[in-house]
Structures are given as structure tokens and as C-alpha cells.
Design a binder for this molecule. Structure first.
Ligand code: KG4
Ligand code: ZN
Length: 345
């Protein structure tokens, strides 16, 4: 079965073609980073217009790379949400039109579940139960999976996402966009203990995250002129700030494991590209005998392969979208109940 996956939830336009939802025969990812860097963050209206401009070219390149014709595609999968509504609608409309014209089935997938799917796409051996995190520019969420395709949401950020605060502090310091990789690069030889960023404590927050306090603390250092782009303390400052974010993520993982014992931990989303985060989580989990699975950096970021892979699995479970299907911008609790899945059958 040839499955096409379309991802347009934020600022990457990606189309991938997978054989049997598993073997990637082509994958094209077009990033808008260079366009949004001027503003130091994603501008939603520009993002959706750029998707409109580029999606046809990305799609044709994916077909060419896979050396297949349009009529050979058996199933169309796309990101239904959450994400920027204008961007989502481009992928949804494009995919729906193709499926309609060819009278082929099409399936919408949840973007966060799809990020986690990237790890399953690359690894057959992930043992359940799994504690799975999506850490990106738009989301920081933690799920417990007792089995395949079962996503119990344990906690999510109450304010900013981890990647969002990295991007914002990089913007204030004018050190580049996206901020995560810029901060990682510039903090390489820094001392993470030099500046103090305490781990957020969320009262009655269960397993939720909160990153805005870390952002404000960093912003105040910058506003008071204690650190600047050209300060010699910059590497120490960035290393300490990055550590603050990583420590919060790890402390929440440990907290979750007390109530939700897991055999595996999955990290996904753009921030999971961070070497320090990957290393630290792997070390901490190794001490507990828990295996850690993190997609290759290319598949941590938004990609069409994760959409095709998850769409295929849902299709096998009987999920189909109707022609009236719509996108959702925000986290949809309906998508998380098994009731909804049954209704989709
Ligand atoms: O998953 P993603 O590509 O897009 C969504 O937000 O859905 O994630 C983008 C985020 C940005 O905030 C970016 O700064 C962050 O991932 N990021 C990183 C690294 N590479 C990308 N954060 C920390 N370290 C990195 N190496
Ligand atoms: Zn994403």
C-alpha cells in the first residue's frame, strides 16, 4: 500500500511517500526558517501563504523522488491539528482534493501523536508501556501509552512551550532563529552552573509544565544589561538557561514515572534534537533501566513521514475521514478518547 503524508501545521511544508506505512520511499521537507528569521518567530499569515505557494512543488518533488505516479497512491494522510489554522487548512484542503479526485481514502492525524510516531517509525523494538514527550516550538506535552495508538495525556505546558522560550530569548539577544539550535551552539563551552535558573514548581499542577518563569528570569538578566550578545558571559548564561529547561523536563519525567511505570521513554519534537537533552535523559533513564528512543534529528522536526506512518496505522484500525472533516487549531480533547476513534470507524 502506498501512503502519502502531508504536514503543514506550522512552518514546514512536508510531503512523504511510504510503502506500507513503514518504508520511506521519498520525503521532502521545505522549511520556512529563513523567511521567519527576520521576525524571530513564525508569522502565521506568512506561513500559510508560503504553504500555498510551495505545496504543489513539494508534492511533485516527492512523487518524482519516489518514482511513482499520482494514481498509485492508495491512502492520503494529513495533519488535522493542532497547529496554525491557516497552515493546517492548506494541507487539509490539498490532501482532501487529491483524495476526492482519485476516490481514495484519506485520514487526518493528530500532530502530537505523529511526532511520537516518528520514534516508532524508526524503531520496531519500543516496549510498552511508554512515557512519550513532545517537546517543540508549539507544544510541550507528556503522554502515557500502554499500547500502540493509546495516548493518555498526563500533562502539558500551562504557558509557553520549551522551544518557544528558547526562540524568544534568542530573539531578545539577537543571536539567531530558530533559537534552540543557536543557543545550543553558543552554549557549547559555557558553564551551566554560573547563572541560577531554578526548576519551576507547579502547585497542584500534577504533571503539567511551565516555562514562562524561566523565560522571564532570563529576560530580566537581558533587560538589566547583565548579559548581551557580545558579553563574555554569554556561553555561561545560555548553558545555564538551557540547563534550566532540561532540568524541568527531566524532573517531570521522573515525577511521572512514580505513578506511571514505563519500560521506554520517547522524546520527540524539535527540541529533542538538543544533544544535551538527549544525553541527560538517556543517562538518567539508563540508571533506572528504562530504554530511551529519540528519532534522528531530521525526524524530530515536522515531517510528512510521521504523518503517513500514523495515518496508515489508523487506517488499518478502520479510521477514515469524511469529506466534511475540518482542521483544529488547538489541542482537541475529543481526539484523545477511544470513543472518538470508534465513531471514526
Ligand atoms: O517540532 P518543531 O520543528 O516545530 C514545531 O514547533 O512543531 O520544533 C521547532 C522548535 C523550535 O522552537 C526550535 O528552536 C527547537 O525546536 N529546536 C531546538 C533545537 N533544534 C530545534 N531546541 C533545542 N536544541 C536544538 N538543537
Ligand atoms: Zn511539530
Amino acid at each position: 500500500m502506498i501512503v502519502l503524508g502531508v504536514e503543514t501545521s506550522c512552518d514546514e511544508t512536508s510531503v512523504a511517500i511510504l510503502k506500507d506505512g513503514r518504508e520511506i520511499i521519498s520525503e521532502v521537507i521545505y522549511s520556512q526558517d529563513s523567511i521567519h528569521s527576520e521576525w524571530g518567530g513564525v508569522v502565521p499569515e506568512i506561513a500559510s501563504r508560503q504553504h500555498v505557494r510551495i505545496i504543489d512543488a513539494v508534492f511533485n518533488e516527492a512523487l518524482m523522488e519516489a518514482k511513482i505516479e499520482l494514481k498509485e497512491i492508495d491512502l492520503f494522510a494529513y495533519t488535522r491539528g493542532p497547529g496554525l489554522i491557516g497552515s493546517l487548512l492548506v494541507g487539509l484542503t490539498y490532501t482532501k482534493a487529491l483524495a476526492y479526485a482519485l476516490s481514495k481514502p484519506f485520514v487526518g492525524v493528530d500532530h502530537l501523536h505523529a511526532h511520537i510516531e516518528s520514534a516508532f517509525l524508526e524503531n520496531d523494538l519500543i516496549e510498552f508501556p511508554v512515557l512519550a514527550l513532545v517537546i517543540s516550538g508549539g507544544h510541550t506535552s507528556m503522554f502515557y501509552m500502554e499500547e500502540q495508538l493509546e495516548f493518555k495525556l498526563l500533562g502539558k505546558t500551562r504557558d509557553d512551550a520549551a522551544g518557544e522560550v528558547l526562540d524568544k530569548i534568542a530573539k531578545f539577544l539577537e543571536i539567531g532563529y530558530p533559537g534552540g539550535p543557536a543557543i545550543e551552539r553558543l552554549s557549547k563551552n559555557g558553564d551551566p552552573e554560573k547563572f541560577r535558573f531554578s526548576t519551576p514548581v507547579i502547585k497542584n499542577g500534577g504533571l503539567d509544565f511551565s516555562f514562562s518563569g524561566l523565560k522571564t528570569a532570563a529576560y530580566l538578566y537581558i533587560k538589566k544589561g547583565l548579559v548581551r550578545k557580545d558579553s563574555k558571559e554569554l556561553p555561561d548564561f545560555l548553558a545555564s538557561f538551557q540547563k534550566g529547561i532540561i532540568d524541568h523536563i527531566i524532573s517531570n519525567i521522573k515525577k511521572a514515572l512514580n505513578d506511571y511505570p514505563a519500560k521506554s521513554v520517547v522524546l520527540s519534537g524539535g527540541v529533542a534534537r538538543n544533544e544535551e537533552l538527549r544525553k541527560k535523559v538517556s543517562k538518567e533513564m539508563k540508571e533506572r533501566g528504562i530504554k530511551v528512543f529519540i528519532p534522528t534529528p531530521r525526524h524530530c522536526t515536522d515531517n510528512g513521514s510521521m504523518i503517513a506512518s500514523l495515518g496508515y496505522k489508523l487506517y488499518l484500525r478502520g479510521k477514515r475521514d469524511g469529506w466534511d472533516s475540518d482542521a483544529y487549531a488547538r489541542f482537541s480533547s475529543a481526539f484523545y478518547s477511544s470513543e472518538t476513534r470508534k465513531r471514526h470507524k
